[in-house]
Design a protein around this ligand. Structure first.
Ligand code: NG1
Length: 458
């Protein structure tokens, strides 16, 4: 896909872009001559499978990060944000690898620039940019990766450097770890490679993307639980705990499979072990019981703590209060991977009912095995199903954020009205009154089209 194809999906003269250009002119007393957009994404199914090397099935949404910018003659980056809560940031390109404070919005831009630094000419130039957008933040819709992707495209264009999109998605997935998440590559790939009318089956290591047509009779509806899933220190710990538990499961399984096969088995990710036939009972005997103390874990691994830290390349290991839950995490990941495959087949056959069953099973697994749901997300899923969604589940990292529902096109208006009444005005207003103090926020609930991937507008 080239830039002009992407550019066609958005009109430069649309009121939103005009407003951003006017604001740029007002703030910087010069017209912006570069406009970039990068969509957020919603994941239909395949949660926390990406960093395990298993596929996902997201779509780019019609909410996006937008940048209006000018190229600078020097190596400086000056950025402002349309959302006043995000203060102005300034740095030189040589400082891109030095992060701002944890959680700072500037780190997402720095992540992109740092990740591309080795592809830039010696005399790389910076930019003055005004960022804005319509992706709700901290909602599991990848506003952060959209910011990384948009910044990367701007930086590449400013310096007239070309990178193939698949390769760029890979580079940016690694680059975003700069902000402290141990995440996978779903979000950057969905934002860069989105296709109107289609979800994307994304496979990893190596990255491969296949569009899967969405059934026209249904729409994808996003409901924000209005409980934020911020990437603060505690949320990061909870998120990063899951990839660690999966990595520990890999170590134990490799040990077991080496004994079983009589030859050394080594692997980085759960998907690397997919070629070995392994029943769930066998896995349970290797990884169980449900939760392991550090001592039990080391005993099973036959390793000392320093040895384990060396293998993991970690300086320290935080033992979760409720222990390492390797078996439930493993069961979620391998069953979720199978559901992604089945979901692609269901969509390709136009079988929305089957898709709905798979989404329900995915949500239940996210809730009970991966433990990333909340009471609000669970209630939102229940209400969605009561009001006619064929499928509904939490989407994204979890711990708050949004659900995704599949709803028959002609029922969407009634669905939105019923969920607004039962979830926001009744359940949430009673349980968390502070979230509804100013009334229902715009975009708390909306139907989305599958959008085109990120691109330059001029
Ligand atoms: P969000 O919902 O954007 O925080 C995170 C990871 C994904 C994936 C999902 C769970 C990042 C940038 N994103 O997404 O790679 O693991 O959680 O499926 O780390």
């Amino acid at each position: 896909m080239n830039e002009s194809e992407n550019a066609m999906s958005t009109s430069i003269s649309s009121p939103e872009w005009q407003r951003l250009r006017d604001e740029f002119l007002h703030r910087f007393a010069a017209p912006a001559d570069l406009l970039v957009r990068a969509p957020g994404r919603v994941n239909l199914i395949g949660e926390h499978t990406d960093y395990n090397g298993y596929p996902v099935l997201p779509l780019a949404i019609d909410r996006e990060i937008r940048i209006a910018a000018v190229r600078r003659p020097d190596d400086q980056v000056l950025m402002q944000n349309g959302r006043r809560a995000f203060a102005e940031r300034f740095f030189r390109l040589s400082e891109a690898t030095v992060p701002f404070a944890l959680g700072d919005w500037g780190n997402y831009v720095k992540a992109a620039l740092a990740g591309l630094q080795d592809r830039m000419p010696h005399s790389a130039r910076g930019f003055t940019a005004l960022f804005d957008g319509t992706v709700p933040p901290a909602a599991g819709l990848s506003s952060s990766s959209a910011l990384v992707v948009a910044s990367a495209l701007l930086f590449l264009h400013v310096n007239e450097v070309q990178v193939d999109r698949l390769e760029l998605a890979d580079v940016l997935a690694r680059a975003e770890r700069f902000v402290g998440t141990a995440g996978g590559g779903m979000d950057q790939a969905a934002s860069l490679l989105g296709r109107p009318g289609h979800a994307l089956k994304i496979d990893f290591f190596p990255l491969r993307v296949r569009p899967v047509a969405l059934p026209f009779a249904y729409r994808v509806v996003i409901c924000n639980s209005l409980i934020a899933a911020p990437k603060t220190e505690s949320a990061l710990l909870e998120y990063n705990r899951r990839p660690l538990e999966c990595r520990l499961a890999v170590l134990l399984l490799c040990r077991y499979l080496s004994h079983k096969t009589g030859r050394p088995v080594s692997a980085q990710r759960l998907a690397d072990l997919a070629a070995f036939p392994l029943s769930e009972e066998e896995a349970a005997s290797v990884l169980g019981p449900q939760s392991l103390s550090l001592a039990q874990l080391l005993d099973r691994l036959q390793m000392s703590l320093p040895e384990l830290l060396r293998v993991l390349h970690h300086a320290a290991l935080q033992t979760p209060q409720d222990g390492f839950k390797l078996l439930p995490r493993y069961l979620h990941v391998v069953r979720e991977a199978a559901r992604v495959q089945a979901a692609c087949e269901a969509l390709e056959q136009g079988d929305a009912e089957e898709m709905g069953r798979l989404m329900a099973a995915s949500h239940e697994s996210c809730r009970s095995l991966y433990e990333i749901s909340t009471a609000e997300l669970d209630r939102l899923v229940e209400i969605a199903l009561e009001h006619g969604a064929v499928g509904s589940r939490l989407t994204g990292a979890g711990f708050g954020g949004c659900t995704v529902s599949l709803v028959a096109r002609e029922k969407v208006d009634d669905f939105i009205a019923a969920v607004t009444r039962d979830y926001y005005e009744t359940f949430l207003a009673c349980r968390r009154p502070e979230t509804m103090e100013k009334g229902l926020p715009p975009d708390a609930i909306f139907a989305t089209e599958a959008a085109a991937g990120a691109g330059l507008i001029v």
